[in-house]
Design a protein around this ligand. Structure first.
Ligand code: ATP
Ligand code: MG
Length: 417
């Protein structure tokens, strides 16, 4: 038997209502804030992610699915590991950077990262995310966070904690980086091998290393917020004021640095308790240099991405269930070949009228058809035989209370609506 690839998963029909509920709620909430949906290709030139996500990140160094393009030999392409770089490329490519700002976009996509599969971490996973371009105001950051907050509340998850931080800008980050290197160099021998390498390439990332020893050392590290330039400090203060004004509770958490290179100033995560180690349901931040980094004009932006599997885990932990499939309004049972054809025809007419109707497709006996109708929970059943075809009338039976009434077939749609 051929099995699914390790780290991928099937979403079976009974799970679909939950997925659709999340996707539809996300669309509704994003639309309310003026975000428009965008869809970009599943794969892109590898260079886009190397430059957009950043060469020193785990995503680019270890997690990308990269291969040579059969359609254009020699070109390296990569399955998207995230959405932000692709969308930045798309808006540059379509000349949208000179549109009236802000530009507000959202997406629901699958992403691909070659990581060790575990609960809440797969190799193909799904994200809902937003991008808000063209403004640096703290109000934009607050609006982006408000979308995530509103969605979580609307999903029934109001207790997921928001952690915010500022990691500064190209102006102040070198100072902070130097302070970090100085601090961590004193502990170099104790750091995990990955963090020993990070000390040279990307020391900020040591702050969110998952190894307990690195984590412990990181607790004593210099804090980003103490090294911000006045403009970044103002921006961070502006964000906290806006969140206060919106009544969105948060914790300033200087351990939040985010894994992708493009972030500047604001970074944030929503963290769910009780869903295990993979507890970050949403990660986001500001990326004022991204569009320039991939060859476009400067266009500041802020956004987030939510992992849909982790949202489902949080919903399960909170005991939130989504109503499943609706049962059919009517099951048309039939006796004999002529009636079977008539049932098919009648079902078609009622479906064209917008009703969910089932009839026999398997050639079951009348008794087995009635048993099946009961099993699938049809609201009503109707039995067609030669007599019913001749008179154009049949008995409509309510499965709820067994009440029967004789009805003209052409009045069925009216009655069932
Ligand atoms: P983590 O620290 O958990 O690896 P990340 O920083 O790599 O997360 P982002 O790139 O910010 O994650 O992606 C945003 C969100 O997408 C995460 O908060 C998470 O909910 C989800 N996510 C990321 N990677 C995976 C994965 N491999 N499987 C499932 N969901 C994921
Ligand atoms: Mg990751």
């Amino acid at each position: 038997m051929i099995q699914k690839i390790k780290g991928t998963f099937d979403i079976m029909p009974e799970e679909i209502p939950t997925w659709r509920f999340i996707e539809e709620t996300a669309r509704t909430v994003a639309t309310r804030y003026g975000f428009d949906e965008i869809r970009t290709p599943t794969f892109e030139a590898t260079e886009l992610f190397r430059r957009g996500v950043g060469d020193t990140t785990d995503v680019v160094q270890k997690e990308m699915y990269t291969f040579l393009d059969r359609g254009n030999e020699g070109r390296s392409i990569t399955l998207r590991p995230e959405g932000t770089a692709s969308i930045a490329r798309a808006i540059i490519e379509h000349g949208r950077c000179s549109d009236a700002m802000p530009l507000k976009l959202f997406y629901i996509i699958s992403c691909f990262r070659c990581e060790a599969p575990q609960a809440g971490r797969s190799r193909e996973f799904y994200q809902f995310g937003t991008e808000l371009y063209g403004t640096e105001t703290p109000a934009a950051d607050a609006t982006s966070i408000a979308v995530a907050d509103a969605l979580l509340r609307e999903l029934g998850l109001p207790n997921i904690k928001l952690h915010i931080n500022s990691i500064g800008c190209p102006e102040c980050r070198p100072n902070y980086r130097a302070a970090l290197v100085e601090y961590f160099s004193a502990h170099e021998a104790e750091l995990c091998p990955t963090c020993q390498a990070r000390l040279k390439t990307n020391p900020l990332r040591i702050l969110d290393c998952k190894s307990p020893i690195c984590h412990k050392i990181a607790e004593g590290a210099p804090r980003t917020l103490d090294h911000l330039c006045p403009a970044c400090a103002d921006h961070h203060k502006g964000l906290t004021e806006a969140l206060d004004a919106l009544g969105i509770t948060y914790e300033v958490d200087t351990a939040i640095v985010r894994g992708l290179d493009y972030y500047t100033r604001t970074v944030f995560e929503f963290i769910a308790e009780g869903i295990g180690a993979q507890s970050t349901v949403c990660g986001g931040g500001r990326y004022d240099g991204l569009t320039e980094q991939i060859g476009g004009p400067r266009l500041p932006g802020i956004g987030f991405a939510m992992g849909i599997t982790r949202l489902i885990m949080a919903m399960e932990a909170a005991g939130i269930t989504v109503p499943g499939k609706q049962p059919p309004k009517l099951y048309i049972a039939s006796l004999g070949a002529a009636a079977s054809m008539k049932a098919l025809q009648l079902a078609e007419a009622l479906r064209n009228d917008g009703l969910y109707v089932e009839c026999d497709l398997v050639g079951r006996s009348l008794k087995a058809q009635m048993k099946y109708a009961n099993k699938i929970g049809a609201d009503y059943t109707l039995i067609l035989g030669d007599n019913e075809i001749e008179t154009g009338r049949a008995m409509l039976r309510s499965m709820k209370d067994s009440a029967q009434e004789e009805i003209a077939l052409e009045e069925l749609a009216e009655k069932l609506k």
